[in-house]
Design a protein around this ligand. Structure first.
Ligand SMILES: CC(C)(COP(=O)(O)OP(=O)(O)OC[C@H]1O[C@@H](n2cnc3c(N)ncnc32)[C@H](O)[C@@H]1OP(=O)(O)O)[C@@H](O)C(=O)NCCC(=O)NCCS
Length: 134
């Protein structure tokens, strides 16, 4: 997805993560990176996925209208793209205290692979999760 969509990502990200907005310039830089795949849902959702060789990483995902199935739809698109690219494993990090995101990933069959103590600025731990696509 072209960096021209950076303002849309930044606006949606600010709504999904009001405490840690990423600005347009940050998204323009991310979207311009090789291997970066961006997805938007017109209902109000975004996903950035990096695919390198046979591994992928979810960089960020968020929605503006929770519990409408938007994140599930975005993940389905991202996973389909990853599979088509030959990805065997998809990774992500999630704050240990982010119950909504952890429930989403559990429903999508991601499993915990590690824990990073005091990883985020607020002191929360990060959990590393992964899902095999092979
Ligand atoms: C986490 C987030 C992306 C989920 O998006 P969503 O569009 O609401 O998720 P979906 O509607 O596709 O939910 C799918 C399933 O995930 C689980 N889930 C999602 N939100 C949940 C919540 N708040 N509490 C419990 N379970 C939840 C449920 O199992 C849900 O299925 P159900 O609604 O049929 O019960 C959204 O809450 C969000 O944008 N949060 C802020 C940004 C963020 O934390 N991003 C993730 C960073 S790692």
């Amino acid at each position: 997805m072209s960096p021209v969509f950076a303002p849309i990502f930044a606006a949606l990200h600010e709504k999904a993560f009001p405490a840690e907005p990423w600005d347009e310039a940050s998204f323009a830089t991310l979207l311009a990176q090789p291997h970066m795949h961006g997805f938007l849902d017109e209902r109000g959702g975004f996903l950035l996925l990096r695919i390198v060789l046979d591994e992928a990483e979810i960089i960020t995902i968020g929605v503006t209208m929770p519990r409408q199935g938007i994140a599930t739809a975005l993940l389905a698109q991202g996973i389909a793209t990853a599979r088509a690219a030959g990805v065997q494993k998809i990774h992500l990090e999630v704050a240990e205290d982010n119950a909504a995101a952890r429930a989403l990933y559990a429903a999508q069959n991601f499993i915990q692979t590690g824990r990073r103590k005091a990883y985020y600025a607020d002191g929360a731990a990060a959990l590393t999760l992964a899902r095999d696509l092979g």
